[in-house]
Design a protein around this ligand. Structure first.
Ligand SMILES: [Zn+2]
Ligand SMILES: [Zn+2]
Length: 342
């Protein structure tokens, strides 16, 4: 092995390790993040560029793809017996094994590589067949057909990445990929609650790919995010306790205000009742005074020896202590006098 070959092998190893940092679906390091890292590393020199192509081929074999989700359709698969979802990538170790790890999604990726990466080399019939399979119009010149086919996959020129990887990136961008795992999503919510800027920024990203980009830049990977959650926990607890205290204080203030208003209402009623009682008492006193006055004036009349009349117009009966006639006295509502009650 020459020195150049040995060096190339080292680059290949390094970039394959980078490609192997792909996490299972639901993690932070998804296809977009890992592809960007490998491509960026490949841009540094020619040897790295060559190594990055090997790494990307390995990555393409490992990324999750949903054969029945856009831009793929069931028609793109060789048979209908293929699973509707990509097999889960449980351990990224498969990536290092490289392109030999054949994707088991039932899609003839070699054929699509020819169609999307080198469309000018394909025959007209092949392009037409592919367009029909995807349910696209198959008219026009060869160049028009090639552009239509590329456009379906969001490409304006031939594909520079392995088509399987490209499709995985598109699905991740367009909401077809598996979202964050429940564990990661809950950690993310807690970081947002604690006001972590990266978690808040990730939440504002419209696509899963964008959110992953932000999170990978801030935390590296899922383990980094979980560690950040653990670190943020004490602050979050304090925040929650403060929020709870504030809530309880507000509830107490509200209760005190309610009690105060109730007491005010009670007092208003008490005052009103007392006023009513006083006015009734006043009326009774006035009435009693009037009755006493009446009796006194009759007595005075008797003392002066004048005739005394009952309110009915008859003469008052002599000896009636109520100073009225016998028949009125017997019907009096408070009872007859001693003489008339016999
Ligand atoms: Zn009488
Ligand atoms: Zn009378």
């Amino acid at each position: 092995m020459t020195r150049v070959e040995a060096e190339q092998e080292v680059w290949c190893d390094i970039l394959s390790r980078l490609a192997a940092s792909l996490e299972p679906p639901g993690g932070v390091r998804g296809p977009g993040v890992v592809t960007a890292d490998v491509v960026r590393a490949g841009a540094t020199c020619r040897d790295m560029c060559r190594a990055s192509r090997t790494a990307l081929a390995g990555l393409a074999a490992a990324v999750p793809v949903r054969p029945r989700a856009p831009p793929l359709t069931a028609g793109m698969s060789a048979s209908d017996s293929c699973p509707s979802r990509a097999p889960r990538v449980d351990a990224p170790s498969g990536v290092a094994a490289g392109a030999e790890a054949a994707p088991s999604d039932g899609v003839d990726w070699q054929r699509w590589e020819g169609l999307l990466c080198r469309p000018q080399e394909r025959k007209v019939e092949e392009l037409r067949g592919a367009l029909k399979q995807l349910g696209l119009p198959s008219s026009g010149s060869k160049a028009e057909m090639a552009l239509r086919l590329l456009g379906h996959f969001g490409l304006s020129a031939k594909c520079a990445l392995p088509p399987r990887l490209w499709v995985a990136l598109m699905q991740e961008r367009e909401g077809q990929a598996e979202p964050f795992s429940a564990r990661l999503a809950s950690a993310l919510r807690e970081l947002q609650e604690a006001g972590h800027p990266a978690a808040l920024a990730a939440n504002r990203e419209p696509s899963l790919a964008g959110a992953r980009r932000v999170l990978a830049a801030a935390f590296g990977n899922s383990a980094g995010l979980m560690a950040a959650r653990v670190a943020a926990m004490p602050g979050l607890m304090e925040l929650r306790a403060a929020r709870e205290g504030r809530r309880r204080r507000e509830a107490e203030e509200e209760r005190a205000e309610r009690d105060r208003r109730w007491a005010q209402e009670q007092q208003r009623w008490t005052v009103k009742c007392m006023e009513q009682q006083r006015s009734v008492a006043r009326a009774l006193e006035e009435r009693a005074a009037a009755v006493h006055g009446e009796i006194a004036s009759r007595r005075a009349l008797i003392e002066r020896g004048g005739p005394v009349f009952c309110p009915c117009g008859n003469c008052a009966a002599p000896g009636c202590s109520l100073l009225i006639c016998g028949s009125c006295c017997r019907q009096h509502r408070t009872g007859a006098c001693a003489r008339h009650s016999k």
